[in-house]
Design a protein around this ligand. Structure first.
Ligand SMILES: Nc1ncnc2c1ncn2[C@@H]1O[C@H](COP(=O)(O)OP(=O)(O)O)[C@@H](O)[C@H]1O
Ligand SMILES: [Mg+2]
Length: 367
């Protein structure tokens, strides 16, 4: 079996991150809330799963906020995952519902035993109260329930920045913040990929979440870790990978976990057929979907600027030389386009140069 085919990295397929795992474990133990941010597909969700898999006495609750469109969605997503995570682990299933409702007084809960698994499945409804009333108390109730049951939980809010897109976002932020601050048995881990938005949320003193959590930018996995990891996993799957090839995969994908894994996955399958690594680079670029769409959403000037950044990786984006070689016109125009590209999290400054955040998008643009 291809050792790189699993899409979320667990235990054996997870490379390093020992420092971050230790940090999360410490923070969970001390009820210190943590924000982890990094670009998309950088390994945030995988990291949270792996770290929580190593904590025995804390129940993980994963809430994915990626598709929420309203306060109702946020509330239901949180409730649903709370009920399913806690219900699954309840020692005494039959009384769980009653104990739960005793604390979560606002909701309606119905339970049904599925014949196949004999596990109870709960369905929730909000009853008469509006979603805001629920959000205001859900964390407090969760904390109280944990107290009653003598348990602890870690609430992972994935793609947390999505709540800023909702029109009631300020209110939601405020309500969650109150619950978060008072919690004794609930540790929050908030994961996010829109870095600018997320940093603003936690570093702007006028916003509810200001200084409410430790903020951590997930760094790259060092090549010195990733290279032996690849070699070892190829070997375990019965395919030889020499060090130069492993280094080439890591370098080409910029140690960006999703792409490193994808390229490894493809090469693992094609190498025995004699397909060279060079060819795999093209396959990796060509198979990407979504770049077209991002690109199509830009104005012509933004497109030119993005292409020029991909090609030249400028140190000074307003220098005459760069403006000329990218046919970019005035500094003012570049300023406006750059603001848009930054907002989309498509470009960033890295080691003194302007770069496209996604290493394969960069190659696609140049190509
Ligand atoms: N430490 C790691 N070692 C190996 N593969 C990883 C690692 N972290 C992430 N990946 C891979 O990268 C991809 C994206 O990871 P994911 O956790 O979904 O990222 P994010 O939540 O940041 O979008 C997944 O396919 C995962 O298997
Ligand atoms: Mg994720």
């Amino acid at each position: 079996m291809n050792p790189f085919s699993i899409s979320i990295a667990y235990k054996e397929t997870f490379c390093n991150r020992s420092k971050e795992i230790a940090l999360l474990k410490r923070n969970i133990a001390s009820v210190t809330h943590t924000v982890i941010y990094a670009p998309r597909k950088f390994g945030k969700t995988s990291l949270a799963h792996v770290a929580l898999g190593q904590v025995d006495d804390v129940i993980p609750i994963f809430v994915d906020l990626f598709k929420v469109e309203s306060t109702y969605d946020v509330t239901m997503a949180i409730y649903r995952e709370i009920v399913s995570a806690l219900g699954r682990r309840a020692a005494d299933m039959s009384s769980f519902g009653a104990r739960f409702l005793n604390v979560f007084k606002r909701i309606r809960l119905s339970m049904e035993f599925k014949p196949l698994t004999n596990y109870p499945e709960f369905s929730i409804s909000l009853g008469n109260d509006p979603p805001e009333a629920h959000l205001e108390t859900v964390i407090q109730s969760l904390d109280a329930f944990c107290e009653n049951e003598d348990i602890r939980v870690c609430l992972v809010l994935d793609e947390f920045q999505e709540i800023t897109n909702l029109k009631e976002s300020k209110k939601i932020e405020g309500m969650l913040r109150v619950g978060m601050q008072a919690a004794r048995r609930v540790t929050f881990i908030m994961l996010g990929s829109r870095r600018r938005i997320l940093r603003d949320m936690f570093e702007d003193r006028k916003r509810p979440f200001y200084k409410s959590a430790m903020i951590y930018q997930l760094p790259q996995i060092p090549a010195t870790e990733f290279i032996p990891f690849l070699i070892e996993h190829f070997k375990a799957g019965g395919v030889d990978l020499v060090e130069e090839e492993a280094a080439e995969i890591v370098a080409f994908t910029d140690a960006y976990p999703h792409y490193t894994r994808e390229m490894a996955r493809i090469y693992f399958d094609l190498k025995p057929e004699g397909i060279p690594l060079e060819e795999v680079k093209n396959i990796l670029i060509d198979m990407q979907e979504g770049f077209e769409e991002i690109f199509a959403g830009l104005t012509n000037h933004q497109k030119r600027l993005l292409r020029a950044i991909a090609e030249f990786r400028p140190e000074n984006i307003f220098s005459q030389a760069f403006l000329v070689s990218g046919r970019l016109g005035s500094q003012g125009g570049v300023q406006t386009s750059l603001a848009k590209l930054k907002k989309l999290d498509v470009v960033e400054q890295r080691e003194g140069r302007w770069r496209v955040v996604d290493p394969i998008f960069e190659k696609w643009l140049v190509k």
